[in-house]
Ligand binder design. Structure first.
Ligand SMILES: *[C@@H]1O[C@H](CO)[C@@H](O)[C@H](O)[C@H]1NC(C)=O
Ligand SMILES: *[C@@H]1O[C@H](CO)[C@@H](O)[C@H](O)[C@H]1NC(C)=O
Ligand SMILES: *[C@@H]1O[C@H](CO)[C@@H](O)[C@H](O)[C@H]1NC(C)=O
Ligand SMILES: *[C@@H]1O[C@H](CO)[C@@H](O)[C@H](O)[C@H]1NC(C)=O
Length: 234
């Protein structure tokens, strides 16, 4: 009996994670020790002066969203699951609330400090776990995309539900994992973007693949400078 319960619980968790993937899961499928090659950011931005600022902004943000305030930015994978849970139904009010919370978070830092603090090298001052840092940074770049460039498209009727339900392409993930060379991951990231674009244009219709591609381009563009998404007409 215990064994059966254990396995069904595991299956439910796996399903939740899979069906809530939004646009790209490169952070999740990259070995943690290689994330620094994927997400290197511009050192010229400067580093975050104080973790206290991140803790405060994270706490205020979670309180606004009604999350458990015991979670810190270091619980980034749980936070990202919680955000996706809020968004998964395509509830427009929840979507707008998440975007307002993103504005609140950003506003606590201001532009310069936001970029100085919410990048992988700054966060690595305060943790030894690359996956924790990368997940937090990537969550914010997803939200940045969704709440700005992608907003109008994503709130169009049916689009969000389709993108969430069909967000994962095992074929694109497998091709990335089999071909990526972390000495120079950018060409494989570009191929992953092209793969997801074609896939999502196919299952959700044009131009949704383009939007998924842009989300990925913004997520990894600080390191991979020449990533491109081709605009396609509807
Ligand atoms: C949050 O992260 C801390 C370590 O930073 C860990 O001890 C705690 O169990 C995590 N909480 C949850 C709910 O994942
Ligand atoms: C939509 O989201 C809002 C904000 O989180 C929530 O209050 C409301 O109950 C949700 N509506 C539905 C139908 O789930
Ligand atoms: C997912 O894609 C399929 C086409 O492959 C489509 O029939 C289905 O409606 C999509 N899911 C949602 C929730 O839109
Ligand atoms: C990875 O790329 C580097 C630099 O381009 C190259 O020297 C190395 O041989 C590549 N590794 C593999 C396994 O292809």
């Amino acid at each position: 009996m215990k064994k059966i319960l254990f396995f069904s619980f595991g299956a439910i968790l796996a399903t939740v994670v899979m069906t809530n993937a939004i646009f790209d899961n490169l952070v999740e499928i990259t070995p943690p020790e290689d994330l620094k090659y994927l997400m290197t950011s511009n050192a010229a931005m400067g580093v975050c002066p104080d973790e206290v600022l991140i803790k405060k902004a994270n706490y205020d943000w979670e309180t606004y969203l009604g999350f458990n305030g015991d979670l810190t930015w270091k619980n980034s994978s749980t936070l990202w699951v919680n955000v996706r849970q809020m968004l998964k139904t395509g509830n427009l009010t929840a979507f707008q609330k998440v975007c307002r919370s993103r504005d609140l978070f950003y506003g606590i830092f201001g532009q310069a400090l936001y970029y100085q603090c919410i990048n992988i090298f700054s966060l690595m001052q305060y943790t030894t776990d690359w996956a924790v840092a990368a997940t937090y940074v990537r969550m914010w770049s997803h939200l940045d995309f969704m709440c700005n460039v992608g907003y109008e498209q994503l709130i169009s009727p049916g689009v969000w539900n389709c993108m969430v339900a069909n967000g994962t392409s095992t074929a694109c993930d497998d091709a990335y994992q089999q071909n990526v060379n972390y000495t120079n991951p950018c060409p494989t990231v570009q191929r992953y973007m092209d793969c997801k674009k074609g896939y999502l244009d196919g299952v959700c219709g044009k131009p949704n693949g383009y939007y998924a591609c842009e989300d990925t381009r913004l997520g990894y563009g600080s390191f991979c400078e020449n990533l491109r998404c081709t605009v396609m007409k509807k």
